[in-house]
Design a protein around this ligand. Structure first.
Ligand code: NAD
Length: 258
């Protein structure tokens, strides 16, 4: 079998949190194109259902939508039950749901700080923990967490200390889980995207001045496209990455190199 065939995900069962739109939707689509059955897990069940329908119609694989708030342990456990009822096993978890709140540190409210940490860090922990428990019982699996280039650098001038701290936390959480589970065949890695143009960012009139600035600040002089994260995630999900664990993959058009 050639390397491209070996990278396929035929028959794998995958959940994607924050999969209704943006990066999650794009990566879920790639997983399905590679042959996997998908659960789109999101707070926004209407959009998640639309995305799941779109994915299954286009690819002929199974895609379902599950409503869950990743900050709530009961929701995550219930999501896992629903997932196993539908698919019987779990091979890959893409723990990707996240938000950003910009506010100067001195003005950031406790609620703003807590919301960002709850979704971006605690949400990834709860999703990865639920996935890890099942994978340890099954004898293996791959977990991919979404961090950010903001885990590595402070992308001045936006004041976003909670976001930066949450994403740095995701990387160290990823390494911790990877080391704990390494001998039990559960791999855990993270991706660190740079500025990515999603439907939401590109279509928001208020973000246009910022987008111009982001393009200028990035060495490639453009933002990334969500599709440019697909191949690294398909690699990490599949069996050809069997010796890859505890690693973070920066995909940022060179932003963190300057
Ligand atoms: P997005 O806003 O387009 O999509 C995020 C999805 O997560 C939405 O569908 C939303 O409903 C869902 N979500 C939010 N809170 C949730 C919760 N508590 N429980 C379940 N679902 C929830 O965002 P995106 O740009 O696609 O970003 C996805 C991930 O990538 C985030 O973790 C983000 O921090 C990270 N990231 C994005 C960029 C970028 O430039 N877009 C760059 C680096 C990292």
């Amino acid at each position: 079998m050639g390397i491209i065939e070996k990278m396929r995900l035929d028959g794998k069962k995958i959940f994607v949190t924050g999969g209704a739109r943006g990066i999650g939707k794009s990566v879920a689509t790639a997983f399905a194109e590679a042959g996997a059955d998908i659960a789109i897990v999101d707070l926004d069940i209407k959009e998640a259902t639309k995305t799941a329908e779109e994915i299954s119609t286009t690819n002929g694989t199974r895609a379902i939508a599950i409503e869950a708030d990743v900050t709530k342990p009961d929701d995550v456990n219930h999501m896992m039950d629903q997932f196993l009822q539908a698919f019987g096993r779990l091979d890959v978890a893409f723990c990707n749901a996240g938000i950003c709140i910009n506010a100067p540190a001195e003005d950031m409210s406790f609620e703003q700080w807590k919301k960002v940490i709850d979704i971006n860090l605690t949400g990834v922990f709860l999703s990865a923990q639920a996935a890890g428990k099942i994978m340890l019982e099954q004898g293996g699996g791959s977990i991919i967490n979404t961090a950010s280039m903001s885990a590595h650098i402070v992308n001045h001038p936006q004041p976003q200390c909670a976001y930066n701290a949450s994403k740095a936390g995701v990387i160290q959480l990823t390494k911790s889980l990877a080391v704990e589970w390494a001998t039990r065949n559960v791999r855990v890695n993270s991706i660190s995207p740079g500025y990515m143009g999603t439907e939401l960012t590109l279509n928001s009139p208020s973000l246009q001045p910022l987008i111009k600035q982001w393009n200028e600040m990035t060495p490639t002089k453009r933002m990334g496209k969500p599709e440019e994260l697909q191949s690294i995630c398909v690699y990490l999900a599949g069996d050809t990455s069997s010796f890859t664990t505890g690693s973070d993959f920066v995909v940022d058009g060179g932003f963190t190199s300057i």
